[in-house]
Design a protein around this ligand. Structure first.
Ligand code: CP
Length: 310
């Protein structure tokens, strides 16, 4: 039996990238290629519930656009203040109710583990659109798609992750995924925002080569990808600590003088000050293409989960 027939995303939850094998990830990335310019009503009878308890531009709007381009519908909220959670309704009750109205749910919530809890309460597939500082698996799939697109491969690349590695859920998901592809990882952060120990433990278990650094200049010559991140203001318990660190991790054009010509800068966005605007027209800048890939990958995922791909 071929790999395509063994892998089945129909009605599956997407909670953590760790729930997926390398073959399953590659299958999603390969499926996504067919969705680059695809606008066919293959999900015309499907409804996606979009429950966003935290702000979002890219994740929510690309899911909504993906459904619209495939002929489906979305219902939901972008702000929990307009939901009955303000009257005291629990997350699990909300999910249980919405699962009676839709065919799948995408949820973003500040609580780590909330998406897994939601999936347990739901009768329909749940997609994690970001649970606190924990995971953002659909971002990881679009990041991997982007890496493959700009470098021609994922396996064996040298990838630096820079900035807030403690609270940045995108780097937690991405580091775990890259460990399946034999990538060499460089973690560049202030001491107080280092990558969490549980991620390091996972990397050691998978024998992934990694090192930790204070400055991106220490590793720039080696890098195929520099993955910048925002300092996650909303997750700091102490605002004074955020202010102390906030603007210390801006990348400067000068640092790229030693970079490979093919090196690309990625960022899940939004950015604040960590990538100055004068870098946007550099041949290394690739973050807007990355954001655009979110639509392609989310169309593919929705089609796989909701049965639009036979
Ligand atoms: N990358 C990302 O998750 O962006 P949003 O917060 O705008 O959804």
């Amino acid at each position: 039996m071929g790999r395509e027939r063994e892998i089945d995303f129909l009605h599956r939850d997407i909670i953590s990238i760790n729930d997926f094998s390398k073959d399953e990830i590659v299958y999603v990335l390969e499926s996504a290629k067919a969705f680059e310019h695809m606008r066919k009503p293959i999900l015309k009878d499907s409804v996606l519930g979009v429950l966003f308890f935290e702000p979002s531009t890219r994740t929510r709007l690309s899911f909504e656009s993906a459904m619209a381009q495939l002929g489906g519908k979305t219902i939901g909220f972008a702000d929990p203040l307009v939901s009955s959670s303000t009257k005291g309704e629990s997350l699990l009750d909300t999910v249980k109710i919405v699962s009676g109205y839709c065919d799948a749910i995408v949820i973003r919530h500040p609580l780590e583990g909330s998406a897994r809890l939601a999936a347990e309460a739901s009768e329909i597939p749940v997609i994690n659109g970001g649970d606190g500082a924990n995971q953002h698996p659909t971002q990881t799939l679009l990041d991997l798609y982007t890496i493959k697109k700009c470098q021609g491969r994922i396996s064996g690349l040298n990838i630096a992750m820079v900035g807030d590695l403690k609270y940045g859920r995108t780097v937690h998901s991405l580091a775990c995924a890259l460990s399946k592809f034999g990538c060499r990882l460089y973690f560049v952060s202030p001491e107080s925002l280092k990558i969490p120990k549980h991620i390091i433990d996972d990397l050691q278990n998978s024998e992934t080569e990694y090192s930790e650094h204070k400055e991106v200049g220490e590793v720039i010559k080696e890098c195929d990808i520099v993955y910048m991140t925002r300092i996650q203001k909303e997750r700091f318990p102490d605002p004074a600590e955020y202010e102390r660190i906030a603007h210390t991790y801006a990348i400067e054009k000068d640092v790229f003088r030693e970079a490979k010509p093919t090196m690309k800068i990625m960022h899940p966005l939004p950015r604040v000050s960590e990538i100055p605007k004068d870098i946007d027209d550099s041949e290394h800048a690739y973050y807007f293409e990355q954001a655009a890939n979110g639509l392609v990958v989310r169309k593919a995922l929705l089609a796989l989960i909701l049965g639009g791909v036979k």
